[in-house]
Design a protein around this ligand. Structure first.
Ligand code: ZN
Length: 322
């Protein structure tokens, strides 16, 4: 895997390549951005590039170091991920890495610690890491990632160069899904709804049939769609309904403003165009916000059946019975 194989993140990759070329690599980076967009992939690529033995462009992907880093099997690469039921990074995990990075690199240029989920460090682990970030050993670099920057200790973030990573493009998500064995047609339908996150796309795929069923209900005639079919009853199914309805309303608003090519529900573009002509965009946005509130009330243990029925009312009031 070379830089070009890391999807998206063009600006971030340029910054990293420029720092490598200039020999100005900071002691610590923090890659911040939504989940499932390839932040760990970027960090590992940078770890490999920092240690590549080539005199030309790095990483070369041909030297022994590159190959070992690519397999995540180099003795100077230390990858730390959250573990256990609480999905935290505990002090013992951090202490072990800190002990290693104090030593000279085994056979690479630098010892590299990749801490994937800086927001998951326990307080003790974060304080332990902080000490080493304050006085980093000369031969060590730290690459941290987070999808929740606000949950990271400011004393840690202030010692890192923060690289803000953007969601992937829909075509990038689509091609990554196809590489993972998803068929082209499904990948093309799922990717635009995933918000640029491969993880979100994978989660969507797990409940894709449910989402398609809800989309058909929203696309169909309101009376038939909503009164001849039962409403969902479980918390999970109602959450799914609200999520799909919100995505549908987002499409209606987007089509009104920017045209059908921007719709995420490609399979329903004609229906969306017809519906968008019949509704008021401001009310559409208002309804979407109300659905978000309903979702929050569902998380606070509101009765799922009541929430589903309220969602139906809001939808029918928006689209009428046409
Ligand atoms: Zn190399």
């Amino acid at each position: 895997m070379a830089w070009s194989d890391v999807r998206g993140h063009e600006l971030t990759k340029r910054v990293l390549q420029a720092q490598l070329a200039a020999g100005r690599v900071p002691n610590a980076y923090l890659f911040a951005g939504p989940e499932g967009i390839g932040k760990r992939r970027l960090a590992l690529e940078m770890a490999k590039a920092m240690n590549c033995l080539s005199d030309g462009s790095r990483p070369c992907d041909a030297c022994t170091t590159c190959k070992q880093f690519a397999r995540e099997a180099h003795p100077d690469l230390h990858l730390v991920v959250p573990s256990g039921a609480s999905e935290q990074i505990k002090i013992d995990d951090v202490r072990q890495v800190i002990g290693r990075v104090q030593l000279r690199p085994f056979n690479a240029r630098l010892q590299v610690a990749v801490i994937d989920g800086a927001d998951r460090l326990t307080d003790e682990a974060a304080n332990s890491l902080l000490k080493v970030l304050e006085e980093p050993p000369a031969g060590a670099r730290f690459l941290l990632t987070t999808s929740r920057l606000a949950f990271c200790l400011p004393t840690i973030t202030s010692r890192c160069q923060i690289l803000r990573c953007m969601p992937l493009s829909s075509p990038d998500v689509q091609s990554l899904l196809v590489e993972q064995g998803v068929d082209q047609a499904t990948a093309a339908s799922v990717a635009p709804l995933a918000g640029g996150s491969v993880k979100a796309a994978q989660e969507l795929l797990e409940r894709w049939e449910d989402r398609r069923r809800i989309a058909s209900r929203l696309a169909g005639p309101p009376i038939a769609g909503w009164f001849e079919q039962p409403l969902p009853e479980t918390r999970q199914d109602v959450a799914e309904l609200l999520e799909e309805m919100t995505a549908w309303l987002r499409d209606l608003a987007v089509i009104g403003a920017a045209g059908p090519s921007h719709a995420a529900h490609r399979d329903h573009a004609e229906t969306l165009v017809r519906q968008s002509r019949a509704i008021d965009v401001e009310r559409c946005v208002q309804t979407a916000m109300e659905l978000v509130e309903l979702r929050e009330s569902l998380q606070r243990y509101a009765n799922p059946r009541v929430v589903a029925s309220l969602a139906r009312e809001k939808w029918l009031s928006l689209v009428g019975t046409s």
